[in-house]
Design a protein around this ligand. Structure first.
Ligand code: GTP
Ligand code: MG
Length: 433
């Protein structure tokens, strides 16, 4: 009953899972064969062994099934697609449907790798397959194999969620090293799995898989279309970026060319300016040289002029000296003449002085005579004055005497007038009476 067959003449039990999970080992154990020496080849190392699906006949609770070992699912999409093709080919041969899908997973931390394998299997079979999945944990510890509760405690949230999704259908692949095939624990773990298989209602059909595959194909196409759209959009974006980059490159090139043109212009201008400066410098040097020559010529001329001037001055100086000497001689002559003249003048002056003394003597004589004359006149004048004074005193006394007489006459006149007035008054009084 446990030999490999190509026919699928009974309802099928599928062993699926990640490569190296222990599918072939579990198949052999369910077939009551040594775990590594049954109809399904078990790999000794990490290399994937099962490349094609193989099937064996198994009887559970009196019902015959085809148990089908499948190649392990990798996390590499390319290999996995081929494996799913192989599985699909086998499922299509299952004319009596699939009674159970034993999803073998290692009882260690539910890794991202395991999760992607589970997602792959669920997607492949479609959501309708969930009612036929039984999870079987392999590589369990001795304690986990002995006690299901120990196994349950090791689960994390994703495992719990998955177990919940499959309505708590889970078992443990026994390890013959811990519990030999005749051990009741070994048998109990296999029994649990088989009980789940027997309790399944209905079968998962090739049509469901076909439908799922079509949906997958549709999803794949949509995904491809989406990817194509994204690709096109991406390409458009890339083209846009490339166009912008080309524009930018063109712009940069134009700018670069402009910069180069500008730099060239600046270079040419600089060159031109430099040449101009050099020409100006040469011209300046030439002018400077000419100026220098002119200065030297002027200096020579100046020296010559100075020399001529000095010679002229020397001639003038000599002439002046000569003139000065002549002048000195003339002056000496003049002084001589002056001295002579002075002498004469001195003589004349002495003569004059002598004459003046004579004149003064004469003048004094005259003055004395004059003084004498004036003294006589003064004495005469004094005598006359004395005489006039006595005459004046006489006249004054006469005047005073006449004044007194006049005053006495006036008083006499006043008395007369007073007398006349009183007489008048007496006449007037007499007339009244
Ligand atoms: N400790 C332990 N080792 C196991 C268990 N199941 C399988 N192995 C070992 O794991 C290795 C791979 O086992 P296989 O049964 O070939 O695994 P598989 O899933 O069929 O592998 P592929 O066919 O390559 O996909 C072998 O060396 C097994 O002896 C288990 O429950 N416990
Ligand atoms: Mg295998």
């Amino acid at each position: 009953m446990s030999h490999i067959t190509d026919d699928v003449s009974y309802p099928a039990i599928l062993l699926v899972g990640k490569t190296g999970a222990g599918k072939s080992t579990l198949g052999n154990l369910l077939l009551k064969q040594p775990h590594d020496d049954g109809p399904f080849q078990v790999s000794a190392d990490m290399e994937s062994v099962t490349q094609e699906c193989s099937t064996a006949i198994i009887s559970i609770d009196g019902i015959t099934y085809n148990i089908i070992d499948t190649p392990g699912i990798f996390d590499t999409q390319l290999v996995t697609d081929k494996i799913f093709e192989e599985i699909a080919k086998t499922v299509k041969k299952c004319n009596y449907g699939i009674k159970a899908i034993l999803f073998v997973l290692e009882a260690k931390r539910f890794s991202a790798e395991q999760r992607s394998v589970l997602e792959g299997i669920r997607n492949f079979f479609g959501e309708g397959a969930i009612d036929y999945i039984i999870a079987v944990f392999s590589h369990a510890t001795k304690a986990q194999i002995r006690d299901r509760n120990v196994m349950q405690k090791a689960w994390n949230a994703p495992v719990l969620s998955f177990i919940e999704d499959i309505k708590n259908r889970w078992g443990i692949s026994p390890n013959s090293d811990y519990f030999p095939p005749d051990d009741y624990i070994h048998q109990a773990r296999l029994r649990e799995i088989m009980t789940f298989i027997s309790s399944m209602r209905g079968v998962y059909t090739a049509e469901q898989l076909e439908k799922s595959l079509q949906e997958q194909e549709k999803a794949r196409r949509q995904k491809e279309e989406e990817e194509e759209r994204n690709k096109q959009e991406h390409e458009e974006k890339l083209k846009d970026i490339a166009r912008k980059e080309a524009e930018e490159t063109h712009k940069r090139k134009v700018e670069q060319m402009e910069r180069e043109q500008k730099a060239k212009q600046e270079y040419e201008e600089n060159l031109k300016r430099k040449r101009q400066e050099e020409a100006e410098e040469k011209h300046r040097q030439m002018v400077e040289k000419m100026k220098q020559e002119e200065r030297e010529r002027q200096i020579q001329e100046e020296n010559l002029r100075k020399k001529q001037q000095e010679e002229t001055e020397e001639r003038y100086r000599r002439k002046l000296e000569q003139m000065r000497q002549e002048q000195e001689r003339e002056e000496e002559l003049i002084r001589q003449q002056e001295r002579e003249w002075e002498l004469r003048r001195q003589q004349e002056k002495e003569e004059e002085l002598r004459r003046q003394r004579e004149r003064e003597e004469l003048k004094k004589q005259r003055e004395r005579e004059e003084n004498l004359k004036r003294e006589r006149e003064r004495q005469e004048q004094q005598r006359l004055q004395e005489m006039y004074r006595r005459q004046l005193e006489e006249a004054e006394r006469e005047r005073m005497r006449m004044m007194e007489e006049l005053q006495r006459e006036q008083e006499r006149q006043q008395r007369l007038q007073e007398e006349m007035r009183r007489q008048e008054e007496r006449r007037n009084e007499c007339r009244i009476f």
